[in-house]
Every structure is written in C-alpha cells, then in structure tokens.
Ligand binder design. Structure first.
Ligand code: GLY
Length: 362
C-alpha cells in the first residue's frame, strides 16, 4: 500500500520528489510502453511471468476539480488488484478487486456515484472475462447492489449464461447471497446535479462523463496478467447521465467494453457507449494485436479509428500477453495507472506519464 503518511514527513517529501525527478516522464505513451516493458518482456518469456495490472477511471472532459480524486482513486484501485497478484492470486480476482475499489468511490461512474437515467435512477452494468478459456460474465440494468462487477464475476463462475439483466440479474444475485441495498443509497449529490444540468441543457453526452460541468465521473475498468500468465479484464459503469430507462451500453457487451484472451491480451474500454459497441472497440484492439500490432499502437489505432468513423470519443487500456501496455484516449482526459517492477505509473492528460516508487505494505 502507498504510505501516504510517510509522504507527509519531510523525509518522505524529499524521497518522493527525488523519485519523481528520476521518474517523471512526459512523453507519448507509445514510447513509454516500449521502453518500460521491452526489456522485461524478453526475460519473462523464458521465466515466470511478472504480474501486472492496469486500471482506468473513465474517458471524458474531466474537470480540474476532479483530477486529484481520480488519480488518488486510481492508486487505491491498482494497489488493491496488485496486492492480490503478488500473493499469487488470479488475474480474475485482481481485476474484480480493482473495480470494486472504484465502485465504492464517488469519483467514478460505477457503483456508488453512478450517473442517473432520465427517471433519476441508477442502472448499472458490468462485465468480466477470463482469457484462459474465454469465459465471460455480464450484468445490466442493476439497481440494488453496490458491486455489479462481483455479480458479473459470479455469472462467469456459476451461471450457464453469459449476460443477465434487470430482474433476472437481481434474482441471480439474491440466490448467490449478494445483499441488496436501497437503490437511493447509490445516488450521489454529484449525480443528481449532473442530471439536473442535463435536463436543462439537453445534449446527450459525447462521452459517459459529459460536458465539463456535468459531473466529471467515468466508467471504470482493469486488465491484469497473473503470475501464471493468465489474463482477465473487467469493466463497470453507471452509463450516461440522462440515458433512457432500460438503455444498455457497451460495458456489459463482450467485445465492446471488455475482452481477454490469454493467446493475445486484454482490453477494457470507456467513452461513448453507442459508438464503442458499434465499433466493437475492445475486440478491434485485440484483432490488431493478433495480427502483430503492438499493444499501444493497436489501442491508439482502434480508438482513433472509432472516433474518426463515428465522431465520438473513447479510451482504452490494454495489456498484450507479454505484458506490453497500451493506453490511449481521444477524449480530453482519461485517468489510468499501472504497477510494474516496484513502480506505479499513472496519468490523466494526453501524452503524460508520472512514475512513483511503489511500496507494498509489509
Ligand atoms: N461507456 C459507458 C457507457 O456509455 O455506458
């Protein structure tokens, strides 16, 4: 875990600054992923895989007031997943843990803090995929549970079906012992304000975050490779502010919001759901990698391709089967973070990457 208290001490501040001076890098993500991953990848091919996890907290016009909360939330989420990987846990459990952390956090459009439908209600969606056997679980139109991603995980492990929605998802969750909560308890003040503004100003969001003053939260996702080399991806969202009741977006749809295949890599996407699902964005990235394109180029090409074809924005995080990282967004901002080799890398603006020493809890 990050030692935030340590950072408050003079020594901690010096150490942090010192480390940041060494590590602060602002350059294109393409260069970054090639340099940060390349050497390690070679050796991993002949030895055990070094586990890695990457998370995102949504693409869009994130206002300045939300940047710190989002980056803090990224660090908590990526750490939660990484701790599981370091104990030998599965990529599937790691991505669930990372997403659970963000579903609890009001800074993200998932779980508590989800944006609202035109009727002022939360309707959440999530999906998760295991790259070893291509097994999947998805839920949509979930209203009474804090962690849709955990129900999706249960669909993957315990249901003969792949995607459950509405009443069926609720019955399944209750059968599996998930505790329902009052749907109103998931509604944040920020989500209410965002819906009010949407109702006054009208235009349906071009990303799930919407214009600058309309909430500033975003879909969440994670992709991980465990020490066995297995890949998993997970994505969770409240959708778009002011969406129609019953609207289903990209997030629960495998190939759009989420994809993982041990033979190729894993992807989680964020952004304008209707565009992402038309373009099958997650699978488009996977296909490019299958044909030999590196993770970051594939992510950049597919996200930009979607935006140029459909005129809406998106973002994605990607890991190749060898642990190469891809991060790209066509929106103004997207928060993301990953941990590798004792360092945490993170950013939110285009072409930006910060790096800090990562100190796990003893
Ligand atoms: N990408 C989230 C949504 O549009 O629902």
């Amino acid at each position: 875990m990050f030692s935030w208290t340590r950072q408050m001490t003079l020594r901690g501040i010096f150490k942090t600054i010192h480390w940041n001076v060494i590590c602060l890098i602002v350059y294109q993500a393409r260069t970054l992923s090639a340099r940060c991953v390349g050497e390690k990848t070679e050796s991993n091919l002949v030895s055990k895989m070094a586990p890695i996890i990457i998370v995102h907290g949504g693409a869009g016009d994130i206002p300045d007031s939300r940047v710190k909360g989002k980056l803090d939330g990224m660090k908590v989420a990526v750490t939660a997943g990484h701790e599981i990987l370091m104990k030998g846990g599965s990529a599937l459990d790691a991505v669930e843990a990372a997403v659970v952390a963000m579903e609890k956090d009001e800074n993200f459009n998932a779980g508590y803090g989800s944006v609202l439908t035109l009727r002022g209600e939360v309707e959440m969606e999530a999906s998760i995929m295991r790259g070893q056997d291509l097994n999947v679980g998805g839920v949509t139109l979930v209203k009474e549970f804090l962690h849709p991603i955990s129900i999706a995980h249960k669909v993957l492990t315990d249901s003969p079906h792949s995607l459950l929605g509405g009443e069926g998802a609720k019955l399944f969750a209750l059968e599996k012992g998930f505790k329902p909560i009052p749907p109103e308890s998931l509604i944040s003040e920020n989500a209410k304000r965002a819906l009010d503004r949407f109702l006054k100003h009208g235009e349906f969001g071009r990303t799930e975050i919407g214009p600058k003053d309309e909430g500033g939260v975003g879909t969440v996702g994670a992709v991980a490779i465990d020490c066995q080399g297995h890949i998993a991806a997970a994505t969770s969202t409240g959708g778009m502010s002011g969406k129609a009741v019953g609207r289903i977006g990209d997030t629960p749809q495998i190939g759009s919001g989420t994809y993982a295949d041990d033979h190729i890599g894993g992807v989680s996407t964020t952004g304008h759901g209707e565009s992402i699902l038309k373009y099958c964005l997650a699978h488009s990235i996977i296909k490019l990698m299958e044909n030999g394109t590196d993770a970051n180029t594939a992510t950049t090409m597919a996200v930009n391709g979607m935006t140029s074809r459909l005129h809406n924005t998106a973002g994605a995080i990607t890991l190749s089967k060898n642990g190469e990282v891809g991060v790209h967004f066509s929106s103004n901002r997207m928060s993301w973070a990953y941990i590798r080799d004792g360092q945490i890398f993170y950013g939110i603006n285009p072409g930006e990457q910060f790096c800090e020493k990562y100190e796990p809890e003893k």
